[in-house]
Design a protein around this ligand. Structure first.
Ligand code: MIG
Length: 727
């Protein structure tokens, strides 16, 4: 039996039992005026002793979108997805769980609707896998909320979702610059060298990350004084060069007497507890650790304030890792493994196949569900709850701790905040990257698809490890991936321990030059990217969209490897080995193609709608500007805000009229919410073979330094008219 309550014209809540308050939804829905129902519109309900399933018979051409951080196609049909946050660095196609939980989907077809399940433990979406036409969503519990969105418009379903769970996070403007990371830069010297190298080579850069090895014995909130003798000095010196340093932070607190974080946590009962009410013990990087109980608001406050060691040094970005939480092993699970080994040893001579089978036990010792069932959280009202029942909230609450205390530590400052694990609602305060991918061509396609799916669930500011995290990358792979990354909001090159280094200079002169140009191109696009990002948050419309969210023709439903980046630009990255081009579908309108390699070179072509093979040499990424839309560029810089932008370039194919609302603000604070932002309203009208340009500046706070706008306006025949306007 469910209870129903209509929340808005299009959104209805179906409540089962007494759901846990996850914090995903920003509206407080506690009133009693629910109506009892035994069915959910056209979904069939199946109840078992302790689980409920929603079943829907899909039409042949129904498409399913959403589900955020999941593997497989963009159209989610044909696979099982199991939301149970997992640190799994092997993103192979059969995997059902990754780091995040995003149980929001849109079914688009004969009927169109959306739904979101707010339940913090395992949820299974079997989307026409077990049976090819059946969508079956199973919640192994009777306490959850299910929100149903009734609309024919995919974008309005997403708006309803944001209405319910909040608008996406807004990072500082410099977060749209290029970022370099590696596990690890082992010393302050190495970090400084990398920074200097970027500046020497003239490759723009805004951020360098310090991975776990900056810490003293992996103790969170400490610094290894031998290898990083002056972390603060490094932060300050790099800041002079326009480079921000972002440290990684892991939740596991090393069990070590005298270590402040451990002592405080223990004294105050801030750690999750085991069956015997002792702090729960699990091994992660520091060895044996305790897990802070982030579901408790006192613990969150305590933890969030710890970031002060870094904010005091001038750090404005944080990278929260391992917060599924990842468990390498527990003392208990290790004992079991040793027992197994002893058994094997006893029968050593006849062990045979058992040795082969025993391998699994090694793999399964990490992130084991049994371990997640063996510890507890203490909520604000004093109740104890088993971790397994709220498992998917851990990373969310960990990063919420950071986000909330940042408001006090850095008032009115935007920070770049990344979390690996997530749950709906986290998208309001932080973002996620896509975790431990591999230097595989296949993972570029995963990146392209996940980028679109994550945008649907509110993680607009996201991206993958460029070049791939695990495994060795070839120069060509890194070049192609840097091109893709240049058109992803979060643009960071990162790689794992013991893999081939992949900074731009690690290969050959030609690759270096291409990568330098592509990073510079990224910076040229900054006015467009930032303006579009801010407008997309304002409009509650994904910044990155599949073509099928914009165009109606049947063909676009099959296009998963091209995407809209803002309203004007379609990106069609080359993501296959040795390819000198790719097929591209151009829907509905004319397109101005730019096979872009550098800001200074325009080689534009106009295409009619249709299907084409577009040549793209190694240094080129195929970009397409939509007819009667504009993009806005500026001269590349070494880092965001290095110089004042005094000139813009506005480029487009205008056959009728193009309007662009250029947005800008200080890029660092939340003053925009008080109206402190600037806009330039550009209106280009094609008239008698000429272009009439109208520009209106609205800049009450005098934020803009733009003096001149250069227009490059293309005609259907590919000819260009150049004009400028002094403003
Ligand atoms: O167990 O900190 O996803 O980006 O470099 C691996 C080391 C732990 C996983 C993160 C990755 C990071 C790595 N971390």
């Amino acid at each position: 039996m469910l209870k129903k309550k209509k929340l808005t014209e299009k959104t209805t809540l179906f409540r089962s039992g007494t759901p846990f308050k996850t914090g995903a939804v920003i509206k407080d829905i506690d009133s009693n005026d629910f109506e009892l129902v035994s069915n959910v519109l056209f979904l069939r309900l199946e109840e078992k002793s302790n689980e409920i399933s929603f079943i829907y018979e899909m039409a042949k051409d129904d498409v399913v979108y959403g589900l955020g951080e999941t593997l497989g196609a963009l159209n989610k049909r044909g696979k099982i997805y199991r939301f149970y946050n997992t640190d799994d660095p092997e993103h192979t196609p059969e995997k059902q769980s990754l780091y995040g939980t995003h149980p929001f989907m849109i079914l688009d077809g004969e009927k169109t609707f959306g739904l979101f399940i707010d339940y913090p433990s395992e949820i299974i979406f079997d989307i026409s896998f077990t049976h090819k036409d059946i969508l079956k969503i199973t919640i192994p519990s009777k306490d959850f909320d299910m929100y149903f969105f009734d609309s024919d418009e995919k974008l309005s379903i997403i708006k309803e979702y944001f209405n319910l769970t909040g608008k996406p996070y807004i990072p500082p403007k410099w977060a749209f610059g290029f970022q370099q990371s590696k596990w690890s830069y082992f010393s302050e010297r190495e970090v400084r060298e990398v920074a200097n190298k970027y500046r020497e080579l003239g490759i723009p850069l805004d951020v360098i990350y310090t991975d776990i090895d900056y810490m003293d014995s992996y103790k969170v909130f400490t610094i290894n004084k031998e290898t990083f003798p002056n972390y603060e000095g490094m932060v300050k010196d790099l800041k002079e060069k326009g480079i921000k340093v972002i440290p990684i932070l892991d939740p596991g607190v090393k069990i070590e007497e005298g270590y402040e974080v451990f002592e405080e946590g223990k004294k105050n009962g801030y750690f999750c507890t085991d069956e015997d009410a002792n702090p729960f013990v699990a091994a992660v990087w520091p060895g044996l650790t305790h897990f802070p109980d982030f579901l408790n608001s006192k613990v969150r406050k305590w933890w969030g304030q710890k970031y002060k060691v870094f904010t005091d040094m001038g750090v404005k970005g944080f990278w929260n890792d391992m917060n599924e939480p990842s468990i390498f092993y527990t003392p208990k699970s290790l004992d079991k493994l040793f027992d197994l080994l002893k058994d094997l040893e006893k029968n050593k001579d006849e062990a045979g196949i058992e040795v082969f089978l025993a391998k699994e036990n090694f793999v399964n010792i990490s992130n084991n569900r049994e371990d997640y069932r063996s510890f507890y959280h203490k909520l604000d009202d004093g109740t104890l709850i088993n971790h397994d029942l709220v498992h998917n909230l851990y990373g969310f609450k960990n990063t919420q701790a950071t986000a909330e205390e940042m408001k006090e530590l850095l008032p009115n400052q935007r920070v770049l905040l990344l979390s690996r694990s997530s749950y709906p609602g986290l998208h309001r305060m932080a973002s996620i990257w896509m975790g431990d991918n591999k230097s595989w061509w296949e993972h570029m396609l995963v990146n392209i698809r996940m980028l679109q799916s994550l945008n649907m669930v509110g993680f607009f500011y996201t991206g993958a490890d460029i070049g791939g995290f695990g495994a060795d990358a070839s120069a060509e792979l890194v070049v192609r991936w840097m091109q893709l990354g240049a058109f992803t909001p979060f643009f960071r090159n990162h790689t794992a321990l013991n893999t081939r280094p992949q900074e731009p200079w690690q290969f050959d002169e030609e690759s270096l030059k291409i990568m330098k140009d592509i990073v510079r191109l990224r910076y040229a696009f900054l006015p467009y990217t930032y303006s579009e990002y801010m407008n997309s948050v304002k409009e509650s419309t994904p910044f990155v969209k599949p073509l099928s969210f914009v165009f109606d023709d049947e063909r676009v439903k099959d296009i998963e490897d091209q995407y809209m980046y803002g309203e004007s630009l379609m990106v069609a990255p080359v993501y296959e080995q040795n390819k000198k081009g790719r097929f591209v579908h151009l829907p509905d309108v004319k397109w101005l193609n730019w096979n872009a390699s550098k800001f200074e070179e325009r080689n534009m072509n106009v295409y009619e709608p249709g299907d084409y093979y577009i040549k793209a040499d190694l240094e080129q990424i195929p970009l397409f500007i939509k007819e009667n839309n504009l993009i806005v560029l500026s001269e590349p810089m070494n880092y965001v805000d290095e110089k004042e932008i005094t000139e813009l370039w506005v480029v487009g194919l205008v056959t009728d009229q193009a309007i662009y609302n250029y947005y800008d603000d200080d890029g660092e604070t939340y003053n925009f919410a008080k109206g402190e932002f600037a806009q330039i309203k550009i209106n280009v009208v094609k008239e008698n073979g000429d272009f009439k340009i109208d520009v209106k500046k609205e800049d009450p706070k005098n934020l803009l330094k733009i003096k001149k706008i250069n227009f490059e306006l293309y005609d259907s025949d590919g000819s260009a008219v150049r004009k400028d306007k002094i403003i």
